[in-house]
Design a binder for this molecule. Structure first.
Ligand code: HEC
Ligand code: HEC
Ligand code: HEC
Ligand code: HEC
Ligand code: HEC
Length: 394
């Protein structure tokens, strides 16, 4: 009997709680609409507004508060009463696109925090500012066509190419498998990420941003002393610290966020990804350099093969070797054969420590014989010119 009373009381409390919560959340949007009406020339009826777009599977209630989003005259008002910036709603009419396809957030919710998806258990928080650009790629595969509107997204993709990320990561079937496949890096669930060392909000975009700024802070190593007895030391991540500026780290974050598993119906696809421009093959050294970039050798060996990437517990100075002196150590044939074969596993500096995370991948099946020949010409050219750099005689 006591138990039943307890259950009933708990239920009653819960109901009161829920009613209070519902009334509260109602108060919020009603208050916002009343505030809007107080200053509007013509008052709007109080009520929830929603935009339904069946093909995109969206029911968005954002316009319950963003009442003037499609009224250019409201450009100067304060949030949430401003008009939408730019021509976005002209090229993407509200009734055909709604809001969350670009902004994420929680379409159905009617409080500010929940609507913006800035609550626990909602995995797609509102994309504010430049982060919105990460949504464009699912419909505009050819990024060059929207370069003026999504400059950070385009910059991120360019950095991805320049830094040779593909040397360690695969993307849509291209690249190496030394580390994680990035084809769906923007769809990652929060529980798959370790937020222990993230300082800002615990969101995917924040994790990516802080990881780009300082990978070893977000994914550090642990010495044997820090771990339970008998466990093997863990090396810090082999993801290079590129010393990126804040803007570069944000651009890469936006590009990563654009890599999702989301599929939109065909009629919403404005353009498909353009094929990579072909490599010019007339000049063997330039050709070889393009091959070096294409396969992401830069990722491990650095720009122009200068080295500098950490490889914890590798015999060779705990770094991936620079390639500036391979001319001295290999004939052209031997160099070709080495690249084709790769080198794995690497010897450990401390035999009780972890295996070095980076190794020289096997390129045999990936790089054509013709490309290998060009690559060797390029690598030979990296050797400093002996006559020019010879020390002057005293
Ligand atoms: C209950 C009212 C309400 C709902 C629902 C709502 N918003 Fe907002 N929105 C606001 C308010 C208030 C602000 C200003 C405060 C802030 O930035 O959080 C705002 C700000 C914004 C901003 C501007 C942020 C900035 O950096 O200036 C964006 C973008 C936005 N909302 C998009 C959305 C989208 C998309 C939805 C639907 C998924 C949505 N909002 C739903 C009330 C709401
Ligand atoms: C085609 C994509 C797209 C759609 C659809 C879209 N937006 Fe936006 N929105 C953007 C972009 C891009 C920005 C500009 C971000 C920046 O550069 O600051 C933006 C900015 C905003 C802002 C910030 C305004 C400011 O003054 O900073 C608000 C609020 C907003 N959008 C609300 C909405 C609402 C509500 C909807 C649905 C009715 C919507 N958006 C639909 C792309 C879109
Ligand atoms: C859900 C798919 C979708 C998303 C997301 C989307 N667009 Fe579009 N966009 C389209 C389609 C489709 C058109 C063509 C509309 C038409 O012709 O009626 C278009 C048109 C445009 C145009 C007009 C010029 C042109 O090429 O026709 C620009 C600019 C543009 N989009 C930029 C963007 C940017 C920037 C973003 C991200 C903030 C974005 N779009 C997000 C589908 C999308
Ligand atoms: C995932 C990291 C990684 C990538 C990507 C990579 N390498 Fe390596 N590479 C290594 C490591 C580690 C070694 C050292 C191997 C050893 O010590 O046995 C190495 C060794 C070499 C060597 C021998 C250097 C020497 O001093 O003996 C050459 C040449 C070389 N790599 C060329 C390339 C080329 C060309 C590419 C691109 C097609 C490439 N590497 C991509 C990690 C990488
Ligand atoms: C030398 C190899 C190497 C290169 C080059 C490299 N990464 Fe990584 N990356 C790693 C390793 C190892 C991890 C996994 C450990 C961790 O979380 O840091 C990783 C993790 C990541 C993650 C997190 C993935 C996930 O799902 O956990 C992202 C995103 C990422 N890298 C993006 C990039 C980008 C973008 C570039 C180029 C600017 C790049 N990486 C270059 C080795 C590399």
């Amino acid at each position: 009997m006591k138990r039943q009373i307890f259950v009933l009381l708990s239920l009653a409390t819960l109901v009161v709680f829920l009613m209070a919560w519902a009334a509260d959340s109602r108060k919020e949007w009603v208050g916002i609409q009343e505030r809007f009406n107080a200053r509007a020339a013509k008052p709007e009826p109080i009520g929830i507004r929603q935009i339904m777009v069946a093909p995109l599977n969206r029911i968005d209630r954002c316009t319950t508060c963003h009442l003037a989003i499609d009224r250019p005259k409201a450009a100067q008002a304060e949030q949430p009463f401003t008009a939408h910036p730019g021509d976005y709603l002209k090229s993407h009419p509200v009734e055909k696109f709604a809001c969350t396809v670009c902004h994420a957030g929680q379409g159905l919710a009617t409080t500010v925090q929940a609507g913006h998806g800035e609550v626990r258990h909602w995995e797609q928080p509102l994309l504010r500012g430049a982060l919105v650009q990460s949504s464009c790629a699912k419909c505009h595969g050819d990024l060059e066509t929207i370069k003026a509107y999504a400059p950070m997204l385009v910059r991120g993709r360019q950095l991805f190419k320049e830094e040779g990320c593909i040397g360690c990561h695969a993307l849509h079937g291209f690249g190496q498998t030394v580390s994680v496949d990035l084809s769906e890096a923007g769809s990652k669930n929060l529980h798959q990420l370790d937020m222990t060392f993230v300082k800002g909000p615990h969101t995917l975009s924040q994790w990516l941003y802080e990881h780009f700024k300082d990978p070893q802070r977000i994914t550090p190593g642990f010495t044997r002393q820090e771990l339970p007895q008998g466990e093997m030391e863990i090396a810090p991540t082999a993801m290079p610290n590129y010393r990126l500026t804040d803007e570069e780290a944000q651009a890469l974050t936006i590009y990563m966020m654009s890599l999702t598993d989301e599929q939109v119906p065909g009629k919403y696809v404005k353009s498909l990804a353009a094929p990579e421009p072909p490599i010019t093959t007339e000049n063997a050294v330039a050709y070889g350099r393009a091959v070096f970039d294409k396969y992401g050798c830069v990722g491990c060996h650095g720009q122009n093969g200068q080295g500098g990437r950490n490889n914890w517990n590798a015999v060779d100075g705990q770094q991936v070797p620079a390639l500036t002196y391979v001319k001295a150590g290999y004939t052209k044939e031997a160099l070709k054969a080495f690249i084709a074969r790769g080198s794995q596993p690497l010897a450990k500096l401390d035999p009780h420590g972890p295996s070095p995370s980076l190794y020289m991948p096997r390129w045999q099946e990936k790089i054509s014989d013709e490309e290998l020949n060009a690559l060797v010409e390029y690598l030979y050219r990296l050797a400093p010119d002996e006559t020019a750099s010879a020390a002057p005689t005293p």
